[in-house]
Design a protein around this ligand. Structure first.
Ligand SMILES: N[C@@H](CCC(=O)N[C@@H](CS)C(=O)NCC(=O)O)C(=O)O
Length: 276
């Protein structure tokens, strides 16, 4: 059958599956008054940041699935960048996942838990580490995933990525389980969607190499703390209920692993730039 669209990445599974499918169905009705509409791609980790926050805060929202590689006019008219997540609030558009997280915090102060700390210093620190995730961890995740040279080049990218994860892990609250302590917060939501996607390195790149229990040597404590964080993220209801079945992510990540993906993120990685 000839492709129905010209973008090479557009041919993906059309809808969420598994636990995420039930969440989509529960939010298929038009957004209630003072609610928001989330223009989403079920597979997208940037979307998942915002989706987790909407679920955690129990903000009324409508979920609208769009294919950002076959951009419908409804998406482009709201977001000239044509990226998901895009949000419509009171008829007005907003985008950029980290901005959206902070917007939800400001616009719905009485809904659910606050993700950012009250204390100005702690808020600023959360923003520093959220920025670290977006400017360092995610580009490095993609450099590693999109490597097709193998050998020393792949090994170097693996080491770079592990180095960033270790730097992140060293900043985690001593007990946790989350970044700032017992409660899930902004930094957790910003990295969480990539945390639950670390399986891609086992699947496509011969392993990530986070030391297992008792294997961390002088870094045992920091890696132990990272594993505890990751377990807490993986077990979080809002994370599970916004995650689809692995088999449907596979063909998408296969294209990244073969360095064939033509998304803005894949192209930016190839060109040595950061997150689009
Ligand atoms: N900086 C954006 C990145 C969003 C993004 O790259 N979304 C991807 C899907 S995961 C997208 O819409 N890609 C469409 C494209 O590459 O044309 C954010 O944080 O919201």
């Amino acid at each position: 059958m000839p492709p129905t669209t010209s973008h090479p990445d557009a041919d993906l599974h059309p809808t969420a599956s598994g636990l995420a499918q039930a969440t989509v169905e529960a939010h298929s009705a038009a957004a209630p008054h003072a609610g928001v509409t989330l223009y989403s791609g079920w597979f997208c980790p940037f979307v998942q940041r915002v989706w987790i926050a909407l679920e955690e805060k129990r903000i009324p929202y409508q979920y609208v699935e769009v294919n950002p590689y076959d951009k419908p006019p409804s998406l482009l008219s709201l977001n000239p960048r044509g990226l998901v997540p895009t949000l419509e609030y009171d008829g007005k558009p907003l985008y950029e996942s980290n901005v959206l997280l902070q917007f939800l915090e400001d616009a719905f102060p009485d809904h659910g838990p606050r993700l950012l700390p009250e204390d100005p210093y702690d808020r600023a620190r959360s923003r520093i580490w959220a920025d670290f995730v977006t400017s360092r961890v995610i580009p490095s995740f993609h450099r590693f995933l999109q490597d097709t040279e193998g050998g020393e080049a792949l090994e170097g990218k693996r080491r770079e990525f592990l180095g960033f994860l270790k730097e992140f892990a060293a900043e985690l609250h001593h007990e946790g389980p989350f970044w700032g302590g017992e409660e899930l917060g902004f930094v957790d939501v910003v990295l969480g969607p990539w945390g639950i996607r670390l399986w891609v390195f086992d699947h496509f790149k011969g392993g990530l190499g986070i030391p297992g229990e008792g294997e961390g040597g002088e870094d045992e404590e920091v890696w132990g703390r990272f594993r505890k964080w990751l377990r807490a993220i993986e077990e979080r209801k809002s994370v599970k209920e916004t995650t689809s079945e692995q088999e449907f992510y596979l063909p998408i990540y296969q294209r990244y692993a073969d360095d064939k993906a033509q998304s803005e993120l894949a192209k930016a990685t190839r060109a040595g730039r950061g997150v689009p």
